[in-house]
Design a protein around this ligand. Structure first.
Ligand code: SF4
Ligand code: SF4
Length: 511
């Protein structure tokens, strides 16, 4: 569920002819200074944040002059509310309030239908109203085949005791709200309050809209950078991670940054879970050992090795972490060696300089652990790998021991990158913008040709003793090359280091 700011929600409401107060959204006070026309009545200045109780946080202020407005807006812009910095302020005409109502549409998981709720009292939270004034609230389940009809809306409003012209006015507004919510795939669409002004007009004075994550791509005009639920704007690293996820539908890569402002030695670790339940269990285990999470990551649903590689690179880019902990449920059906190859490529290439404990429990875990073990001589930091027989608690204790015993890694061994001088002789592109390339000088001297025999997608063959595609490069790019990383990782272990896969992580290199 992606949350929209109030000003974005109001833009949508306007498109559906729901009246909103005359106003302007600003991100810089100079925009107020430069305004030629000014409101001909008092204004309200509203800091845009996804929090409740904005008035108590100083994010709702009233002003009568441009100077007062400037002062209030300057105080709000740039202010930090938790992890949320105020980047926009909405300056609106202050309404002359006669009465307030509430209308909200939610997608109810129990009835698996939209439910419209109306309250003859608005302003405060609907939960609070329902406790104090249950008689003020009515709701109805909507049949999506038919939609919300005006008579249904009138019935709903009538149940709260409202009659006559006001009932008709409110019903019309509610039908439009339903249409707006449907058009924008809203999971929640609330107007609170709907204000009846002293002159008898209805306005949406505030609104809360959330868009279903899967529908965000339909609305580029909303400028949503990350189609995930946040209580604050996404960080730079979260945007980088989202670009990996949104361009690769194979498996899931969920990344959220929990903390940015910490130093080495503060006990923050890069956390990498695998699977919802397993991740929760693993988080509990590390936190019991006194660690804090710099980030939460979940890679699950059978992601390719390349996705694991990019996830690990993003986690490791948090340079002040004290350790790396990957731990899942232990019974994953996905083949764990894909994850191992992704991690090994990241740990050897970066390289890893903090202690890491990796628990790759599940299908083919023995091979996964074997791959991790083979990489150890090329990784400067302590690295331990386990399968399902070792519990998350055991693994967390091992990480603590490794961190406590570790010394700053200064005389690090050469990374794989430094010991493999690569001259590309033959290359092709992969589905996520990567490039597979072979150095034929090395390939000719290679006795194993392991890339061909172990390629998971079986798309390579030998021609004149060197590997080439036995499909077209276009087919490889469309996804036939699954980015299993065999022709780099296994080649490094068993071949002659002639295979290389470049997997860009846009934004990370420049970060
Ligand atoms: S295993 Fe490596 S070195 Fe050997 S042929 Fe394949 S890519 Fe070349
Ligand atoms: S060419 Fe084969 S071995 Fe190499 S990454 Fe692609 S699928 Fe894996």
């Amino acid at each position: 569920m992606v949350k929209l700011y109030e000003y974005q929600g109001k833009e949508i409401l306007k498109k559906f002819d729901i009246p909103v107060p005359n106003g302007k959204v600003i991100s810089n006070v100079s925009e107020i200074k430069e305004m030629d026309e000014w409101f001909d009545q008092d204004v309200v200045i509203k800091g845009q944040a996804w929090v409740t109780g904005r008035a108590g946080l100083g994010l709702i202020r009233f002003a009568s002059t441009k100077a007062e407005t400037l002062s209030a807006a300057s105080e709000m812009l740039g202010k930090n509310i938790g992890q949320h910095m105020i980047e926009h302020v909405l300056v609106e005409e202050k309404l002359q309030i006669e009465r307030e109502f509430y209308a909200g549409l939610i997608i109810d998981d129990v009835s698996q239908s939209p439910v419209m709720i109306f309250s003859s009292r608005g302003g405060s939270g609907i939960e609070q109203i329902s406790q104090q004034y249950p008689e003020a609230i009515a709701k109805t389940v909507i049949n999506v085949q038919i939609g919300l009809r005006e008579y249904q809306a009138r019935d709903l409003i009538r149940k709260t005791g409202i009659r006559g012209k006001l009932q008709t006015q409110l019903a019309g507004l509610m039908v439009k709200l339903y249409q707006a919510a449907g058009r924008y795939h809203a999971r929640v669409a609330e107007i609170n309050p709907i204000v009846l002004t002293t002159s008898g007009q209805l306005f949406a004075a505030d609104c809360r809209l959330t868009v279903d994550d899967n529908a965000v791509y339909l609305f580029p005009e909303l400028g949503i950078e990350v189609a995930r639920e946040f209580d604050r704007p996404p960080t730079k690293l979260e945007k980088i991670a989202w670009n990996v996820e949104k361009n690769d539908y194979r498996g899931t890569f969920f990344f959220i940054q929990m903390e940015q402002d910490f130093e080495k030695g503060d006990g923050y670790i890069g956390f990498h879970g695998a699977g919802g339940g397993g991740s929760m269990m693993s988080m509990d285990a590390v936190m019991k050992q006194g660690f804090h999470l710099a980030n939460f990551v979940d890679t699950s649903g059978n992601p390719p090795a390349s996705k694991l590689y990019r996830a690990a690179r993003i986690i490791l880019s948090q340079s002040n972490i004290d350790g790396y902990f990957l731990c899942g449920a232990g019974v994953a059906s996905q083949e764990q060696f894909h994850s191992a190859r992704g991690l090994v490529k990241a740990f050897m290439e970066k390289p890893l300089t903090v202690p890491a404990v990796i628990r790759l429990g599940g299908n083919a875990e023995e091979l996964a652990i074997h791959i991790m073990e083979r990489a150890r001589p090329f990784i400067p930091a302590p690295l331990e790998s386990y399968g399902k027989n070792e519990t998350p608690d055991f693994c967390a204790i091992r990480l603590k021991t490794l961190i406590n015993n570790s010394v700053a890694i200064t005389d690090r061994r050469p990374s794989k990158k430094e010991i493999t001088d690569h001259h590309s002789s033959y290359k092709f592109d992969t589905v996520t913008g990567g490039t597979v390339s072979y150095d034929y000088q090395k390939c000719r001297q290679c006795t194993t040709k392991v890339c061909v025999s172990a390629c998971v997608s079986k798309i390579l063959k030998l021609e004149n003793d060197v590997p080439v595609l036995n499909i077209t490069p276009e087919e490889a790019k469309k996804g036939k090359c699954s980015e299993c990383l065999v022709c780099e990782v296994e080649c490094f272990f068993e071949g002659n280091a002639g295979g290389k896969i470049t997997l860009p992580v846009p934004g990370l290199e420049a970060k």
